[in-house]
Design a protein around this ligand. Structure first.
Ligand SMILES: NC(=O)c1ccc[n+]([C@@H]2O[C@H](COP(=O)([O-])OP(=O)(O)OC[C@H]3O[C@@H](n4cnc5c(N)ncnc54)[C@H](O)[C@@H]3O)[C@@H](O)[C@H]2O)c1
Length: 354
């Protein structure tokens, strides 16, 4: 596909220079890509570029979007602003790469997906953990049916964040209006996304939430039980109050076996019919103590654990090849629907159907 730049490379811009600095780094290290512009309402953030990255700076997205050489705009601002800013990007006829969560309400998500589809523009959504080799392997094995019918999925995101984290940058984190929730919407969403990607659609949820260790509006601890459409059951636990932080686990069980993962590595795997050699090889490639030489020989992607970079390169390639990105924006609706149902259940004390 023809790009808007004279070089023929994809012209890239990034809005919001917190997490957005990772997008800046990835775009400038990507093939066939020119980082052209960054935008942040706080000009102090432009100091982060000094001596490392060349890009024109803007404090107003509307000004930046007037440029005719930008193809893709990454949106890395507080979560409750993503859809509104993405709509401006669509209006300007450019593709967008949104940070998770897509936004915090389904209405805003649906309107944004429609705006990009109507204009034939590409909309990508960052869920970088789907690019982690162990998660891809688990998904492949589950889809091949080696675990048999799924019966149970368990998510635990036991992290810790200080009060200072919530108070920083205008205090948007942990607010309903800008974060759309607390530990579940901001931190837990990555693993909620992996859970639904591997387990399938959710039928209903029942949950308790609480705020136990921070002065914030939304929760810092969530415990939810789920029924899946395929009959399986699920448990989702997330927290930013579990001092000092214990990492992320995701366990998927079927009638014929299970896969237990921690921090995007396979920790245990066993299923009927597998030879010990097969299981040992999986652990050598995708386990925590991987034998890197052996692993890379079997799966070259194991070497690139910079999953955000892999995903941003995929978006750039999608524009050049005129194909959809691996994770399209619409995929981001699923996790937000589950999370908002969990919050609704905690608020009403009722089981909520999706
Ligand atoms: N994928 C991941 O692993 C990951 C990690 C961290 C954050 N995030 C997501 O990235 C987003 C940003 O989070 P953060 O922690 O970087 O927040 P942050 O507060 O550190 O950074 C946000 C930046 O956006 C700027 N900003 C706000 N409104 C703006 C606007 N209208 N136009 C231009 N700039 C604007 C702010 O000045 C700030 O510099 C959130 O949606 C968060 O969920 C994703």
């Amino acid at each position: 596909m023809k790009t808007k730049t004279k070089s023929g490379n994809v012209g890239y811009a990034v809005v919001g220079l917190g997490r957005g600095m990772d997008h800046v780094r990835c775009a400038s290290n990507s093939k066939n890509c020119d980082l052209l512009a960054v935008c942040d309402i706080n000009p102090e953030t432009f100091k982060k570029l000094e001596g490392k990255y060349e890009a024109d700076t803007y404090t107003d997205i509307d000004e930046m979007l007037k440029r005719d050489d930008i193809d893709i705009v990454s949106i890395c601002t507080p979560s409750g602003t993503h859809a509104e800013l993405a709509m401006k990007v669509a209006e300007a006829g450019k593709h967008a790469m949104l940070e998770k969560p897509f936004d915090i309400t389904l209405d805003k998500i649906d309107a944004t997906v429609k705006a990009f589809a109507d204009k034939g523009l590409k909309l990508g959504l960052i869920f970088q953990n789907r690019f982690a080799p162990a998660n891809r392997k688990a998904k492949q094995l589950i889809d091949e049916g080696v675990l048999g019918d799924l019966i149970l999925g368990v998510v635990q995101v036991k992290w810790y964040r200080t009060q200072g984290y919530y108070d920083a940058n205008g205090g948007w984190r942990g607010t309903w209006a800008m974060d759309g929730g607390g530990s579940l919407m901001n931190q837990g969403i990555h693993t909620v996304d992996l859970f639904q990607w591997m387990m399938g659609p959710v039928k209903s949820v029942f949950a308790y939430t609480d705020v136990v260790a921070h002065n914030i509006e939304a929760e810092d601890i969530t415990a939810a039980v789920l029924k899946m459409k395929n009959g399986a059951k699920g448990i989702i636990i997330t927290s930013t109050a579990t001092y000092p932080g214990f990492g992320t686990t995701l366990d998927i069980h079927g009638v014929n076996g299970g896969i237990c993962m921690k921090n995007n590595d396979i920790m245990e795997i066993s299923y009927k019919g597998a030879t010990q050699e097969e299981l040992d090889n999986i652990m050598k490639i995708y386990g925590p103590n991987k034998d890197i030489e052996f692993a890379v020989a079997s799966d070259p992607s194991v070497i690139n654990r910079d999953t955000t970079h892999v995903q941003i390169q995929d978006m750039i390639d999608a524009v050049l090849e005129d194909r959809p990105p691996v994770i399209e924006g619409a995929e981001g609706r699923r996790s937000v629907e589950i999370i908002n149902a969990i919050y609704e259940s905690a608020k009403t004390g009722k089981e909520i159907s999706l």
